[in-house]
Design a protein around this ligand. Structure first.
Ligand code: BTN
Length: 266
């Protein structure tokens, strides 16, 4: 039952929890918007600085990967986006995987155990989806990214059973302000390292949390027929490497979804 009042993030509480790091961010919290990603893409085009953050208590048109809708009822999710500008020399491949590592690190630092990453950038807990990440590059600048993150705080009562079966929630702890501050701090540290040398700076950290290491997986692509193979690893650009019938196939982030193949005993 969702009977307790939702613990909602607020600007003052986030700033207090960030401490000196508050100077690195420009945080805005709104009750409602269509999509924090859409709003920040517009603000980025208008010149908003790196470190601009938009938190929404409710999104009316939240967006997920591959054109999907991201549903979240007010108070049930933590939904926010971060605008980050990277240097022109930065290799941007694998940025969404790097964001996943940052979120996992933040959750672990606040006492949430058992976080796994599903390629390219879902967050799992107990094999169920805890949250998702949508990275969009600003059309006019390949080096400006809007990183949108949605985490389930609790599962809405009205959720269809087939969705509830696949979803996980964080629960009331940690408090929203402290959690957001920790998320921003980890994103800052991870992106600063990424800006220096790209995905290799977080590759080992990603692989250490890989939900499907060595497993048989089915890869669904927007552009190619589905394929099944054994998950080998992700390479230095964040691309998925799968062994299919003795050959290694390389799949680029953003093209595919991935499902474990049931009955695999590997
Ligand atoms: C996915 O799993 O498909 C990615 C979901 C990303 C959802 C977040 S919520 C905050 C930000 N605003 C959006 O419209 N989407 C992202």
């Amino acid at each position: 039952m969702n009977s307790s009042p939702p613990d909602m993030p607020g600007i003052a509480g986030i700033a207090a929890a960030l401490g000196p790091l508050a100077a690195r961010f420009d945080v805005d919290v709104v009750d409602e918007c269509d999509s924090t990603n859409s709003q920040l893409l517009a603000r980025a085009e208008a010149g908003a600085p790196s470190g601009t953050v938009l938190v929404a208590r409710h999104q009316t048109a939240g967006r997920g990967r591959r054109g999907r809708t991201w549903h979240s009822a007010s108070g049930d999710s933590l939904t926010f986006s971060l605008l980050w500008r990277f240097p022109a020399a930065c290799p941007m491949w694998g940025l969404s995987l790097a964001a996943g590592v940052a979120v996992a690190r933040a959750l672990e630092a606040t006492g949430v155990a058992g976080i796994r990453l599903k390629w390219p950038n879902d967050l799992l807990r107990d094999g169920r989806k805890l949250g998702g990440i949508l990275v969009e590059l600003v059309p006019s600048s390949r080096w400006t990214a809007v990183v949108g993150i949605g985490l389930n705080r609790r599962l809405p009562e009205a959720m269809p059973p087939e969705v509830a079966e696949l979803a996980a929630a964080l629960g009331p702890e940690p408090p929203a302000d402290a959690l957001l501050a920790r998320l921003l701090a980890e994103l800052l540290g991870t992106f600063e390292a990424f800006a220096q040398a790209g995905f290799p700076t977080v590759r080992e950290a990603w692989l250490a949390r890989n939900a499907h290491a060595g497993a048989m997986v089915r890869v669904l692509s927007d552009f190619e027929p589905a394929l099944e193979g054994r998950f080998i690893d992700v390479d230095g650009e964040g691309a998925l490497r799968v062994a299919v019938a003795g050959q290694i196939r390389r799949l680029i982030s953003g093209e595919v979804s991935l499902r474990p193949v049931t009955g695999d005993r590997a």
